[in-house]
Write a protein that binds this ligand. Structure first.
Ligand code: SF4
Length: 294
């Protein structure tokens, strides 16, 4: 019998081939104005006994599983002792386990000590997906992210100190036509000092249900970027990322993106810029709008 997931179920694109275990339901914050992912779910930690049963079930069907993603929106919100029980059970039932990952909110990382994070890392929680969205303090306020660039930075430093890898996302289009340059420039400022192992861009994609709420954050009005504007943001971001605290794998392969890119930064910067330029000149195909989604 397969695991009976509580839908909807979201996971990063890179976790598509891995085992997913729901440790929590929904998002403990659930307030970012651009995000509708967990509006239909009341946040709750799942009962440990139910999580263990899912792990047992998965292990009986897929005992060779090596990588596990803990869903939903921010499993890292769970108390460290609770997470350790889940991690111990995963290691017990999946002898080939090499990596456990989850989404993490800035607040999750700020609440845990480096010692706690390090303990989790030693129990194979070695990768966190972290939504930076923007390095602009004013934009973060407008989208009610509940975090500041300084808090984002502090969280990433803690993860680094605990030797947990981080995969950060930036949302292109978030500042609209008015604030796109400051959105990108301040994001670059943050990324040039924050140590991330993976960096991806998403593209602003609003479900109808959140559109009004998102727009209400922009009192002076908001003009959406078109594809040309998004490509200009993508170009500016990569062009200005001339130095990073450490080498980062870059991807724009999320289903929301018009242009899929992949490379290492800063090594492949020039090649990525050429690919964006080709798209700007019409020499590369963009993903049709009807195929883009959350
Ligand atoms: S963007 Fe992330 S933190 Fe914000 S509401 Fe959505 S799932 Fe929660």
């Amino acid at each position: 019998m397969a695991i009976n997931y509580h839908m909807p179920l979201y996971r990063p694109p890179s976790e598509g081939e891995n085992l997913i275990i729901q440790a929590t339901l929904g998002c403990s914050f659930n307030n970012c104005t651009f995000c509708s992912m967990y509006h239909g779910k009341t946040f709750q930690p799942r009962a440990l006994a139910d999580v263990m049963l899912d792990i047992d079930q998965a292990a009986s069907e897929w005992p060779q599983a090596r990588r596990v993603f803990l869903a939903d929106g921010d499993a890292l919100v769970l108390p460290t002792s609770h997470l350790l029980k889940i991690l111990n059970h995963l290691s017990l039932r999946l002898p080939k386990l090499t990596r456990v990952s989850s989404y993490a909110l800035p607040g999750n990382l700020l609440k845990k000590s480096v010692a706690e994070l390090n303990l989790l890392q030693e129990h194979k929680l070695t990768l966190l997906y972290y939504g930076i969205e923007s390095g602009s303090a004013s934009l973060l306020k407008k989208i009610r992210k509940g975090a500041t660039p300084e808090g984002m930075f502090e969280g990433l430093i803690k993860a680094e100190e605990a030797q947990i890898k981080t995969s950060a996302t930036v949302v292109l289009g978030l500042g609209g036509q008015e604030e796109w340059q400051s959105h990108i420039d301040q994001t670059v400022d943050l990324l040039q000092k924050a140590p991330v192992n993976y960096l991806s861009t998403l593209q602003l994609f609003l479900e109808d249900s959140v559109r009004e709420r998102f727009l209400s954050g922009f009192k002076a009005g908001f003009k959406f970027q078109d594809d040309r504007g998004i490509l200009a943001e993508q170009y500016r971001l990569i062009d200005r990322l001339t130095s990073l605290p450490k080498r980062a794998v870059f991807r724009s392969n999320h289903a929301s993106n018009a242009l899929a890119l992949a490379g290492n930064l800063p090594k492949d910067r020039q090649r990525l810029l050429m690919e964006i330029k080709a798209a700007q000149d019409g020499a590369a195909n963009l993903r049709p709008a009807f195929l883009r989604s959350l």
